[in-house]
Ligand binder design. Structure first.
Ligand code: F6R
Length: 248
């Protein structure tokens, strides 16, 4: 595992985007599996800036959604599809036939099968960019969910339900999600895991600086052979950076 500790969120986003852009340049035609959520949004904005500067063509690769809330559709604020469309796919101008997402309003089993066909048709995941939930979840691989192949339907953990309000702007009765399972994510050729903010420091410590434990799904990624963990100083438990000194 390589760990990169960035000074702040902007630096974290820039460094993550630089690694992802390098992968895209070297691996045209490969499949990227990207998390929604708040953490990677700055990296997506940086990737779009890099494309505008001619440094990368984001339409050289294919995309698979990592996860989706069951019962939320593209018109629902906070659905993974809405977040990714607004922050990445639409502003980056990615052709729709290069993207496969779940329809949260569809039959979950059929949505998982369709995702599995897309993953198989693209030869598996080249690079995955992941965030870490407050309960250590990866995608919707919730604490103690069995490491699974392909896309799966998972009941949501209480922490995930509580945190969900920040995406929806209100309480919604979400109870399940669809997600690519840990076993398939672990087969990605390269894995980027991001976290920022002091609120993530405890979960990052138990996930990456303790023993692998299914109760903290992110810890199951530790042994991936090409894992880069990207943290800002707060998520690394080092306090904020101030020029000329370090504050805690
Ligand atoms: C979102 C996803 C989730 C988030 C995680 C962190 O597609 O897969 O696992 O990555 O919950 O969320 P944020 O980034 O909002 O802290």
């Amino acid at each position: 595992m390589i760990t990169i500790i960035a000074n702040d969120y902007d630096d974290l986003s820039y460094r993550t985007a630089g690694i992802a852009a390098g992968f895209i340049r070297k691996n045209p035609g490969s499949l990227l599996c990207l998390a929604a959520g708040d953490t990677p949004l700055g990296a997506y904005a940086e990737l779009i800036k890099m494309q505008e500067a001619g440094a990368v063509n984001l339409s050289d690769v294919y995309y698979a959604a990592l996860d989706e809330w069951v019962a939320l559709g593209p018109g629902d604020k906070g659905s993974c599809r809405q977040v990714m469309d607004d922050h990445f796919y639409l502003p980056a101008g990615i052709p729709r036939d290069r993207i496969h997402v779940y329809n949260g309003l569809g039959d979950p089993a059929a949505e998982c099968e369709a995702m599995n066909r897309w993953l198989a048709a693209r030869g598996g995941i080249g690079l995955t960019l992941l965030g870490v939930g407050m309960n250590g979840h990866i995608g919707f691989n919730e604490p103690n969910v069995k490491a699974a192949e392909g896309a799966i339907l998972v009941p949501l953990d209480d922490t995930t339900k509580t945190v969900s309000v920040k995406y929806f702007g209100r309480k919604r009765p979400v109870s399940a999600g669809v997600t690519i399972g840990l076993s398939t994510l672990l087969k990605a050729r390269e894995m980027l895991v991001m976290a920022n903010g002091a609120k993530k420091a405890a979960v990052i410590k138990s996930a990456f600086y303790g023993k692998p434990d299914p109760a903290v799904p992110a810890s199951m990624l530790q042994d991936h052979p090409a894992l880069t963990l990207l943290l800002d100083r707060d998520a690394a438990g080092m306090g904020s950076f101030t020029p000329g000194g370090i504050s805690s």
